[in-house]
Ligand binder design. Structure first.
Ligand SMILES: O=C[C@H](O)[C@H](O)[C@H](O)COP(=O)(O)O
Length: 224
């Protein structure tokens, strides 16, 4: 199976995981990216059977609406039963790096409001140690150079993702050469730099379930 087929397989598995919970008052949290898109496409056939979705990006909002799924405000949706999203890297503790598509801030907010985070990924995303994928950091534009200097002090090599403006009107710095020994500590340290809006480490709130697409099938890991 190629990578796209593995992504499709985990999207199918995620539908099976949540389908029994699709009732008239169910609101789902929905992620962003190519794997999340495959999930959204499959969710389309259930439009009308559940209340709607909270989306983590303008792109996912557009895709959901195009399939007839109502997109709701997070502030009036309360706690969501599920958040379904992909990852750029995921480890055995279901901690992740996310934000390759610059949607990390809204993803982290919607994930924080969910009872269960279901991560869907092909097995190229599975790593022993986070940090091979450059760690995205969303910054307030006027703080970009300051944040970059602070990142250098931490041993990272920050690179401005030129031309990218997030859905929140901010900018992205990608951090190369950071092997992350303690993801929770690193997440907290990066959050402490003035001007950082969000960093792409999802460690304090990682996933609860990982559906990992492998050549011999979808492997399900549940931590909670
Ligand atoms: O900002 C983007 C998100 O964090 C995505 O979930 C992540 O980049 C994975 O995307 P994909 O499924 O396209 O590999």
């Amino acid at each position: 199976m190629n990578q796209d087929e593995l992504k499709a397989a985990v999207a199918d598995a995620a539908i099976k995981e949540i389908e029994p919970w699709l009732e008239k008052d169910t609101v789902l949290g929905i992620g962003t990216g190519s794997t999340a898109n495959l999930f959204i496409d499959r969710l389309g056939k259930f439009a009308g059977r559940f209340k709607g979705a909270v989306a983590s990006s303008d792109a996912s909002t557009k895709r959901l609406k195009g399939l007839g799924i109502d997109v709701l405000e997070l502030n009036s949706s309360g706690t969501l039963p599920f958040y379904i999203d992909g990852a750029d890297e995921v480890n055995a503790h279901l901690q992740m790096i996310k934000g390759g598509g610059a949607a990390l801030t809204r993803e982290k907010i919607v994930a924080a409001c969910a009872e269960r985070f279901i991560c869907i990924a092909d097995d190229s995303k599975y790593v022993a140690q986070l940090g091979h994928f450059p760690l995205p950091i969303e910054v307030i534009p006027m703080a970009r150079s300051y944040v970059a200097r602070e990142l250098v002090k931490l041993g990272a090599e920050p690179v401005y993702r030129e031309g990218v403006v997030t859905d929140n009107g901010n900018q992205i710095i990608d951090c190369y050469d950071v092997m992350i020994d303690d993801p929770k500590a690193m997440e907290a340290t990066l959050n402490g730099i003035v001007g950082v809006v969000t960093n792409g480490l999802f460690a304090a709130r990682g996933a609860d379930v990982l559906l990992l697409g492998k050549e011999d099938g979808v492997e399900r890991t549940a931590l909670r």
